[in-house]
Structures are given as structure tokens and as C-alpha cells.
Design a protein around this ligand. Structure first.
Ligand code: GTP
Ligand code: MG
Length: 141
């Protein structure tokens, strides 16, 4: 089964949407195999989003991602990577399809509620950024 790494971002936690978004994730057929609440520092957020280092919004992104606690999870599903990105909607909530997480809950492209890995390879790297394999196995039914 394919895995993806998601993060309920600090705006999701601040808006008290952890429960609602998690319910929708499960309702959409994704199985949570690892989950924690943690707070990134600007440096650890920067490491996670290192591919965007040269982008003009990088500092703002690191500041936002370290502005409060977040909830990373590893999810399993057939075709998890692509299906999850469809499920959360476009990066800019103004362009996200109706009924997606970002269309329903996000305020802006900078504060867009949720992350989803963009490839199987990046998903593995991102999962390892937050979880040991033992933490994943421990949560599997
Ligand atoms: P992630 O799932 O968070 O990786 O989003 P994405 O894959 O849909 O978008 P991308 O990887 O291109 O950008 C990573 C994150 O950077 C986005 O989720 C946004 O939070 C932020 N971002 C992207 N473009 C902009 C922008 O123009 N302005 C600001 N402030 N943030 C941006
Ligand atoms: Mg991305």
C-alpha cells in the first residue's frame, strides 16, 4: 500500500479543526498509521521545505510553519499520494475544488491548513523527517 505524509498546519490547530479534518481524512479512506503533535522551529520547518529555499515566500513559510503546534501523520491508501492531493485541493484555496479541505477551511495560499507529499519518494523522506519506522509499526492494527 502507498503512504503519504500529511501535516495539519498551525492554522488548522488554531482553528480547532484537528477533529474535523482528521474525520474527513478517515472518511475518504486513508488509514492513519502514525500521528503526533509537535512544534517545528524555523530551522526544522526550513529543513522540511528545503526544496523551496530559493522561493520568495520561503521565510514567511518557515515562520508560519513554526508559529504553533502542528499534527504530522502518515497515511496509507492505494494511490495515497495522488488521491490525497486531490482530496486537499489546490495550494491556493481560491483555486481549490469545492468540497476539498483547502476550499472549505483555508484562508490563503500562505495559510492553507494542510500539507500532502507530492511524490512517493518525497513522501518517504518526509515521513522519516517526523517518525521512526518503530512509531509507524506501533500504530498499525
Ligand atoms: P504543501 O502540501 O504544503 O507542500 O503545498 P503544495 O505542494 O500544494 O505547494 P508547494 O509545495 O508548491 O508550496 C509549499 C507551501 O508553500 C504551500 O503549501 C504554501 O503554504 C506555501 N506557498 C506556496 N506558494 C506561496 C506563495 O505564493 N506565498 C506564500 N506566502 N506561501 C506560499
Ligand atoms: Mg508541496
Amino acid at each position: 500500500v502507498e503512504r503519504t505524509l500529511t501535516i495539519l498546519k498551525p492554522d488548522c490547530v488554531r482553528k480547532e479543526l484537528i477533529g474535523e479534518v482528521t474525520r474527513r481524512i478517515q472518511e475518504a479512506g486513508f488509514t492513519i498509521v502514525a500521528m503526533k503533535m509537535t512544534r517545528l522551529t524555523p530551522d526544522t520547518a526550513g529543513g522540511f521545505y528545503a526544496v523551496h529555499r530559493e522561493r520568495p515566500f520561503y521565510d514567511e513559510l518557515c515562520e508560519f510553519m513554526s508559529s504553533g503546534p502542528c499534527v504530522p501523520m502518515i497515511l496509507e491508501k492505494e494511490n495515497a499520494i495522488e488521491d490525497f492531493r486531490t482530496f486537499i485541493g489546490a495550494t491556493d484555496p481560491a483555486e481549490a475544488d469545492e468540497g476539498t479541505i483547502r476550499a472549505d477551511f483555508a484562508d490563503s495560499v500562505g495559510e492553507n491548513i494542510i500539507h500532502g507529499s507530492d511524490s512517493v519518494e518525497n513522501g518517504k523522506k518526509e515521513a522519516a523527517y517526523f517518525f521512526t519506522e518503530a512509531e509507524v509499526v506501533a500504530n498499525k492494527a
